[in-house]
Write a protein of this length. Structure first.
Length: 322
């Protein structure tokens, strides 16, 4: 064996020892790729906490747009809700780790425009979690977090992955787009909503873009009520809603809350914040996302880590925050 090869082997062994001898910093994601059945690439990443004990897994499903999750600043805040867990990010179809769109709603790849849907995101996450399930670092605990569009992803994932808990942030989930869309868009756009949604239903594979998404994307979500997917699971769910949310209206959050109550289900904890918008900013332009995330961390600790029962009385589960 050559001296050069011996040196290379020595360097590799030293690196392995460094990885396993010192805690891994919760600071940098390890980038990975996998192949879909159509041979396209899924870009995904893992970040480990600063300990080497077996740990849980926190899946963070970001909201709309083609900005890579690994570059999303909100993701850095979200991961604090479960600091002892490894963090998993799965990029959307047509999004790579290296992408840097100037406008995450307009400067997207053709692959993203043609293939990105909520259902595709859901299948991609299921595939990656399945690939990770036998990892020796994973203790089997799984928490799902989804904000905005990501909340819909979490709703679909719940029954497929059987998580220990699911957190849905500023997503509503109790009404379909067909029910709420006119109230969310300017009047001149509202006039064309019915025709555009009808077109999407009739052309579910169309890559024609309207409202920042393809008709294929619209066909996937137009009539679906995400809370129905969520209720296919019996996992504890935390649903967080601001009353001034202009992207996911409070009526939708309340409808999700009421769906659980009407079914006699007790898995849902509902927090409603008066005066807060989609980003947890109040009417005085003060953002409260950090303190809301801190409160979420307490809920996860109680529900998942400390092993509190998944169901409590409805009066304890539904909260209006003043």
């Amino acid at each position: 064996m050559s001296l050069y090869r011996l040196k290379v082997i020595k360097i590799v062994l030293i690196n392995i020892l460094l990885v396993y001898s010192f805690p891994m910093a919760h600071a940098e994601f390890i980038k990975n790729t996998s192949k879909r059945q159509d041979n396209s690439t899924i870009y995904w990443s893992l970040e480990f906490p600063a300990h080497n004990d077996p740990r849980g897994l926190l899946l963070i499903a970001q909201g709309s747009g083609c900005l890579p999750a690994i570059k999303n600043k909100t993701v850095q805040q979200v991961k604090t809700i479960a600091p002892s867990f490894a963090v998993l990010l799965v990029e959307k179809y047509g999004v790579t780790h290296a992408d840097g769109p100037n406008d995450q709603f307009k400067d997207c790849s053709q692959a993203y425009v043609a293939n990105h849907t909520v259902e595709q995101r859901t299948r991609d996450v299921v595939q990656i979690v399945d690939e990770l399930k036998d990892s020796n670092w994973w203790n089997g605990k799984l928490v799902l977090f989804g904000g905005s569009e990501g909340g819909d992803v979490v709703a679909r994932l719940a029954s497929r992955l059987n998580p220990d808990a699911a957190v849905v942030f500023s997503s509503g989930l109790g009404q379909s787009f067909a029910e709420v869309l006119k109230s969310l868009v300017p009047p001149h756009v509202a006039k064309e909503v019915d025709a555009k949604l009808a077109y999407a239903r009739a052309n579910p594979e169309s890559v024609e873009v309207w409202g920042g998404n393809s008709m294929r994307w619209w066909a996937d979500v137009v009539d679906r009520i995400p809370v129905n997917d969520l209720m296919d699971s019996h996992a504890p769910v935390l649903l967080i809603q601001g009353t001034e949310d202009k992207s996911s209206p409070v009526s939708s959050g309340r409808a999700a809350r009421d769906a659980y109550a009407s079914a006699g289900r007790c898995e849902l904890t509902y927090w409603e914040y008066p005066g807060y918008d989609h980003y947890m900013t109040d009417t005085n332009a003060v953002n409260h996302r950090g303190e809301v995330f801190e409160r979420i961390a307490g809920w996860i600790k109680k529900t998942v880590i400390d092993g509190a029962p998944g169901c409590m009385s409805d009066t304890k589960k539904i909260e209006i925050n003043q």
